[in-house]
Design a protein around this ligand. Sequence first.
Ligand code: FAD
Ligand code: 2HG
Ligand code: ZN
Length: 477
Amino acid sequence: KVSPSAAPERLPFCRVTEEDLAFFRKILAGRTIVDPDLVEPSNVDWLKSVRGSSEVLLRPQTTEEVSQILSYCNSRNLAVNPQGGNTGLVGGSVPVYDEIILSTSLMNKILNFDSISGVLTCQAGCVLENLSFYLEERDYIMPLDLGAKGSCQIGGNVATNAGGLRLLRYGSLHGTVLGLELVLADGQVLDCLSTLRKDNTGYDLKQLFIGSEGTLGVITAVSILCPRKPKSVNVVFLGCETFEQLLKTFQLCKGMLGEILSAFEFLDSECMRLLNTHLKLPNPISDCPFYIVIETSGSDPTHDAQKLHNFLEEAMTSSLVSDGTVATEEAKIKALWSLRERVTEALTHDGFTYKYDISLPVERIYQLVTDMRKHLGNRAKSVVGYGHVGDGNLHLNVTSPSKDPALLAAIEPFVYEWTASCRGSISAEHGLGLKKRNYIYYSKQSQAVALMGNIKAMLDPKGILNPYKTLPDNLKQ
Ligand code: FAD
Ligand code: 2HG
Ligand code: ZN
């Protein structure tokens, strides 16, 4: 029996020849990279857990160049791996075999910003943090924010439908992305780069590409609706004795902070231990089993401070939280946020990490961590839980000193069966990529998966775009 996490077999794509390289060099002079040392970083994912063996990295600058590349690869039956900032966590961003890597890193131009509507239009390779800096100077912000902001690109964010730390407030990219420009597998350019809020003329095709992980088309440009920069931002770091109290704090917080609540995130004491040990980040409050990061964003500092004060007083007097600290100035806000944002980094220093990104009814999310700890006993080094409570999204991570197939067999399918029993999602925000592709049936009906296969076959009949990713192996790609 083949394990669902085993490497797929190489599909019969052609291999790159000298004639192919001559073609690429003609359209991308100086941007057709074949030096193995320069290609190497693009063959390995951020977690250093997946390694491809591509020999060619292409760095187009324009949509027209992407179109020429795909048209050629399609006619030659050459597989292509679209790559943004290479921060993806499910092995989707790197080749599995010798797929040509198509990097969007040089497609980093801002095309337009409309300061009345707040709509930003840019090329897909713009780094998320650079877009944030650009907008902040104009009194706006990006509607999404995540720990990988310094490297991830907006095209990659859209391709994975990244959630992140502000989803609670500004919603998912399915709502904020207003338009996309795409290049299909055969090189056709699909211009859906609308900047309109409302457009019900037929099917909303762009939605199909949001979260399609590079399997249906290459995103070359994005238009996105950006909120005004809030005039007042506060961050609170709180400690709770139980997860039940944390949930009650969430309820209280939604009621008392209402429209100014912009994030409600959590980490457990195991995360704090890893932050202390591996990154030397000190705990700003007393030791507690659970920690909460709450952010408020509003337009009136006095009003927000009053609301926050009332909430904190209530949370303290009703003993929901046992300790806490508040930040209003930027440096302290950043320091508190890094306790949440840098857990992923801390985990990489703890050992080989098995990652699970689960959506569950919010009241069940920590039960999975507790059950997993019981289930694994002393077989794991660390079992940690953190994530986006406000979105019902748990990040369950298990580490071991090195890759450990026996430990993996103990975690899976236990974690997936547990999730499916609550009708949860086995990938809340990171996608399926290479690692989770065969587990899709835990969260999607077989009819739905078959329909996905039909859509893939229609848009990419030869299956050249990011093969071995997202769709399960039993669907012919
Ligand atoms: P890549 O990693 O390069 O690619 C990701 C996928 O998108 C691949 O399948 C790739 O083929 C495809 N792709 C990339 N660009 C394009 C394009 N232009 N057209 C078509 N397909 C494309 N995710 C969250 O949802 N929330 C978080 O809070 C979060 N935090 C993170 C924190 C850290 C420290 C790290 C390392 C990752 C985090 N992630 C998070 C994972 C997240 O998916 C990525 O960070 C980000 O969205 C991917 O963007 P990227 O440019 O790096 O894409
Ligand atoms: C986060 O929310 C990211 O910090 C990464 O989605 C989660 O590393 C993880 O498991
Ligand atoms: Zn996350």
